[in-house]
Design a protein. Structure first.
Length: 258
């Protein structure tokens, strides 16, 4: 009981309890958190590029893919819809490839896709290896590790394959539109939004059926696709200013600092 009282006095828990004690915030907490995630994650991408350049975006890609494939286990209600987490985090990987297309060209974008695919495959292998260890009597973490990672091989493998397919398609379509418009710096908004929205629609369909078919009724899957794509449309529109901003940021790459 003493431990519980002390825990409840922790600043983070006390803050959350204070927030949920308000009727309005309690009802709309998920919506506020999603908006906060959108601002935070996009800000993280911009800051990462500003501090570390194109290499930093490669590192961010690895983080985003792993985090998104774990987040997607959580289902919430927000904006009057049922949805899974991970959509916003995964959407930032499209932002990264679009930025890399603008500042580094097609080779850098495809390189980011390759790095993301390879490191995600490694993480799947590593995380699955943890489940074969026998914990001792002092262990408290293994049941939680098993609860998370024993349910995610299908999700992670599906996410890995869908990531490779949709990101490659996105890079291809982005540069195809760029070619149609004359390879000028104009029409960034067009190639960014069209390529991302089409790719995200493909992603929503492939991932939802690949990860959840047979687990949920088909009508529920269609609902997930609609809500996921709704979020992706919003994130696609919101990432255009970020691409414009990053294209105009002067960055010294790591090989230029030595």
């Amino acid at each position: 009981m003493l431990v519980l009282k002390i825990a409840l006095k922790h600043p983070l828990i006390a803050t959350r309890n204070a927030i949920t004690s308000s009727g309005y915030l309690r009802v709309h907490l998920n919506e506020l958190l999603l908006i906060g995630q959108l601002l935070l994650f996009y800000g993280m991408v911009i800051l990462t590029y500003r501090l570390f350049g194109k290499m930093g975006l490669l590192c961010y890609t690895v983080l985003a893919i792993v985090a998104a494939n774990i987040e997607v286990l959580v289902q919430i209600n927000a904006f009057g819809m049922e949805m899974t987490l991970g959509n916003i985090m995964f959407a930032t990987t499209f932002l990264v490839t679009d930025i890399l297309s603008e500042v580094g060209g097609k080779k850098w974008s495809n390189y980011a896709v390759n790095v993301g695919f390879f490191t995600s495959a490694l993480f799947i292998a590593i995380s699955q290896s943890w489940l074969y260890f026998m914990p001792n009597s002092l262990d408290f973490a293994m049941p939680h590790i098993q609860a998370i990672f024993s349910n995610t091989p299908r999700l992670m493998v599906t996410g890995l394959l869908v990531y490779a397919i949709t990101q490659r398609f996105d890079v291809w379509l982005y540069h195809k539109i760029w070619r149609w418009t004359g390879f000028t710096k104009n029409y960034l908004w067009l190639r960014n939004n069209v390529s991302t929205m089409i790719s995200q629609f493909l992603n929503a369909i492939l991932f939802t059926f690949g990860a959840f078919y047979g687990t949920f009724p088909v009508l529920d899957l269609l609902s997930i696709i609609i809500t996921s794509y709704g979020i992706f449309m919003v994130t696609s529109l919101c990432d255009t200013p970020a691409v414009y901003l990053c294209r105009n940021i002067k960055v010294r790459e790591i090989w230029e600092r030595t």
